[in-house]
Design a protein around this ligand. Sequence first.
Ligand SMILES: C[S@@+](CC[C@H](N)C(=O)[O-])C[C@H]1O[C@@H](n2cnc3c(N)ncnc32)[C@H](O)[C@@H]1O
Length: 240
Amino acid sequence: MADEMNATKSPVAKQATSVVRYHEFLKNYTDDAGTLTAEQKCAKLYDNWTTYEQDVANASYNGASLSTAMLSELCPDKNISILDCGAGSGLVGEKLRAEGFTNLTGNDISQTLLDIAEKKNIYKKLVCCDGGNVAKLPFEENEFDALICTGCVSPTAIRPKAFVDWTRVVKPGGVFLLLARHRYWQTDLTNKWPKLGFIDEFDTVIQDLENSKKVEMIFKRVVPDYVEGTEGLAFAFRVL
Ligand SMILES: C[S@@+](CC[C@H](N)C(=O)[O-])C[C@H]1O[C@@H](n2cnc3c(N)ncnc32)[C@H](O)[C@@H]1O
């Protein structure tokens, strides 16, 4: 989670756990050796990350509260049905519940993190599935009023191609909101690991969705202090 580029500079020893873990993951991820698919690699990372909540707290992760505040701004009705895509251990669900949203469904590729979320009793339904490269999520057409995806859209986890199916499960007039590290849309990551090209795919998917009148952008917003004091980038779209 934490900024792997600053791994050795962090003055706080506790932060190193998440920094080192994620850095190792990226190194292994870009190494061709091994037979795991991209999704299996991600599931393995998070399934073995039993200190996830402690580590992200130590990394000053504010993604859950930032995305929840933006969704609240977009959706004043607290009764809407929301899919928390990449729900993980339920940090976003906790914030949504505290804001008054109660109709929550979550999906994630890591059963270990979903087990933590389950114990919090905030989601009506939690589904373990790949939400990254799937043609179809295991949800009905128009099942949700809103979809929130926090900290998961990335070159290694939920790729932009997944947005196409988001427009199927979110009903017309509904919204989807994503928030992730700003640096994924900057060039330093792809310069270091060219295989993690992400920006072109993002632009192509969004352009196709806009051109085919499936979505319109509500906002694109840089948010400070997303994790370890670094910026996040949020996009909100209305499904047409
Ligand atoms: C950084 S965590 C964020 C979790 C949660 N949204 C939060 O804010 O704490 C990224 C999450 O994405 C999930 N993930 C990664 N790849 C995925 C995929 N292909 N499909 C579904 N979930 C995925 C991971 O298991 C992990 O829970």
